[in-house]
Design a protein around this ligand. Structure first.
Ligand SMILES: Cc1cc2nc3c(=O)[nH]c(=O)nc-3n(C[C@H](O)[C@H](O)[C@H](O)COP(=O)(O)OP(=O)(O)OC[C@H]3O[C@@H](n4cnc5c(N)ncnc54)[C@H](O)[C@@H]3O)c2cc1C
Length: 435
């Protein structure tokens, strides 16, 4: 251990469930935490989910108290809508530069009343709803967004200034500049999560060509009561209720040729969850899952799978889907070989949901270069030891958690967040290596 005392604070990059857990655990030990999040709100992907496997808890109901806990914590400085610019220094004393992008809305003055958004004439697809709903040019991604501050998307703003005149608190400043912040931290936690595999790389499955072929995150937004259809599970082409739904698993995952070679670990379970939710909505609907293998390895997962089959009547077909085509009647024909019976089949559905694998964020390589940490061949952050250093990067004082080092479900992401926080606070309390 070094004699020199470490700087008494840490930085967490990424405010999903893993980063929030790491930030809370460090902050609850009395250290200051800078939580840097690139989007306008923390919460990560969990904020977009409807229910969670394997308990079918309402995702927003369990996440929202966490968002408040983070935003109200006296030891956490939340830097949302911000980008990590540069990191210099070494373990115990890193100098960090962050660019806080301008929201064109004064964070101190904004009361999130929503008057500005009411008068905004510009409507654009809402990224939070995967483009299925709309938002205004001045917006918050979702009602519980944290911090609850409006943001102007300048790419789409037409500078009509209606929001400026409407705001009673004078919070809007169209000339506001980005802010450059510098601070020192003793340890850093990377919690940058994942992105969805781009399913349009499988054109034969119909995505982007057939409106009633959607991906699983679009499905989560469609079925969500706060989503673009107020939770009505309908076909996008004609607004009709689907009487038959097919879920296609492993799109892009475990596919050396066109996708990624690894298993994304969460798709089997979220696919089963989505099938169960379809049956909850429409008990008489036919719901099929086309899978390569079912990997139900976590606590309560196998029981959840069994429940889907026996209690909810979800049908499972083992086989990779070759093609989805649109019939003359506007239905979707799924061509698949059932590998258990070796029979080629063609089954018609009204709605098809693709369950994609997950991949590292596109900008992770750039971030890793700024931090000096290495990434593996699969694009995720590398750890120092497969068994004994699962949250340590090869750079002392820089840790990783959640999906930043590989796919994980929520419980495993949170566990890793706590582990990374523990490693970080060992440094903050001693000023040297964590192990
Ligand atoms: C369709 C679908 C359904 C799912 N359903 C379930 C379920 O029911 N139960 C379950 O246990 N798991 C489920 N999962 C998995 C779950 O989403 C993940 O386990 C969880 O979101 C991982 O949390 P995370 O914090 O690691 O990453 P994320 O949730 O991805 O959060 C990462 C955060 O980091 C931010 N970020 C990224 N890059 C940067 C950067 N350079 N600088 C600053 N910030 C950055 C992002 O904006 C984001 O806020 C599902 C996954 C999918 C795809």
């Amino acid at each position: 251990m070094s004699d020199k005392k470490a700087i008494n604070s840490a930085m967490v990059v990424g405010g999903g469930v893993a980063g929030m857990q790491a930030a809370l655990d460090i902050a609850n030990q009395g250290y200051k935490v800078y939580l840097v999040e690139k989007s306008p709100t923390i919460g990560g992907r969990m904020a977009q989910l409807d229910k969670t496997f394997p308990t079918l808890d309402c995702s927003a109901c369990i996440l929202t108290p966490r968002l408040s806990e983070v935003s109200r914590h006296p030891n956490i400085e939340l830097l949302a809508y911000a980008d990590l610019e540069e990191v210099t220094g070494t373990v115990g004393d890193f100098l960090v530069t962050v660019i806080k992008r301008s929201r064109y809305v004064d964070e101190e003055k904004c009361a999130a009343c929503g008057d500005c958004t009411e008068v905004c004439p510009v409507e654009v697809p809402n990224e939070f709803d995967r483009g299925l709903g709309i938002r205004k040019a001045i917006y918050t991604p979702f009602p519980q967004a944290t911090p609850n501050i409006y943001t102007i998307d300048m790419e789409n703003c037409i500078r009509c200034k209606r929001c400026v005149s409407e705001c009673q608190r004078d919070a809007i400043d169209l000339e506001m500049q980005d802010e450059r912040l510098e601070f020192r931290v003793g340890a850093i936690v990377i919690a940058t999560g994942y992105e969805m595999f781009d399913v349009s790389r499988y054109p034969r499955l119909g995505y982007a060509r057939i409106p009633d072929v959607i991906d699983a995150l679009e499905y989560e937004r469609l079925i969500n009561a706060a989503g673009p259809t107020q939770g009505h599970l309908i076909r996008l082409s004609d607004g009709k209720i689907p009487k038959s739904i097919g879920f296609i698993q492993c799109v892009g995952a475990r596919d050396v040729a066109k996708g990624v070679p690894y298993c994304s670990r969460v798709c089997c379970m979220y696919g089963i969850k989505n099938a169960v939710m379809a049956k909850e909505h429409y008990p008489d609907a036919e719901v099929n899952i086309y899978y390569a293998d079912i990997r139900a390895f976590g606590k309560g997962f196998e029981e959840f799978y069994e429940m889907a089959r026996t209690r909810f009547g979800v049908n499972f077909f083992r086989g990779r889907v070759a093609e989805v085509t649109r019939t003359q009647e506007g239905r979707l024909a799924v061509k698949v070989e059932d590998t258990l019976s070796a029979k080629p089949m063609e089954i018609e559905h009204d709605l098809v949901v693709l369950s994609p694998g997950i991949v590292p964020p596109q900008d992770l390589l750039r971030l890793s270069e700024k931090l000096g940490v290495s990434v593996r061949n699969d694009g995720y952050i590398d750890v120092s030891h497969h068994y004994f250093g699962p949250v340590d990067t090869r750079i002392p004082g820089v840790f990783v958690c959640g999906c930043a080092d590989g796919p994980k479900d929520i419980p495993d992401s949170v566990t890793a967040g706590s582990a990374a926080a523990m490693k970080a606070t060992i440094i903050l309390s001693h000023g040297g290596q964590s192990s």
